[in-house]
Design a protein around this ligand. Structure first.
Ligand SMILES: [Cu+2]
Length: 104
């Protein structure tokens, strides 16, 4: 009897951890950001994006007017756009991600 209870608990524990894992998927969201003119703008956008819950890092590129946002869980585009808007810029959704070029 005790054996089957502990087996059941183990199965439940595995199922629970799988559910958490599925919901907390790491990902990447890419945005076009309009209105950035200098390094300070980049910093403001980066800081604003990195304050959004679930965001790990934001890689903002001035020249491309672009931001690659790495997330530790699902983050809605709307949450990111709102943060950018509050920082004084406008973000739009894009499927295209600009990979950061290695500086040598
Ligand atoms: Cu600026």
């Amino acid at each position: 009897m005790m054996r089957s209870v502990s087996l059941l608990l183990t199965v439940l524990l595995i199922m629970a951890s799988m559910a958490v894992w599925a919901g907390e998927k790491e990902g990447k969201t890419c945005l076009n950001v309009k209105g950035m003119t200098c390094g300070h703008c980049v910093d403001r956008v980066k800081t604003a994006l990195e304050k959004v819950e679930g965001v790990k890092t934001a890689d903002v590129q001035l020249k491309e007017g672009h931001a690659d946002v790495r997330t530790i869980k699902q983050v809605k585009f709307e949450s990111l756009a709102k943060a950018v808007h509050e920082a004084g810029f406008e973000a739009s959704s894009t499927e295209t991600c600009v990979e950061k070029k290695d500086k040598k």
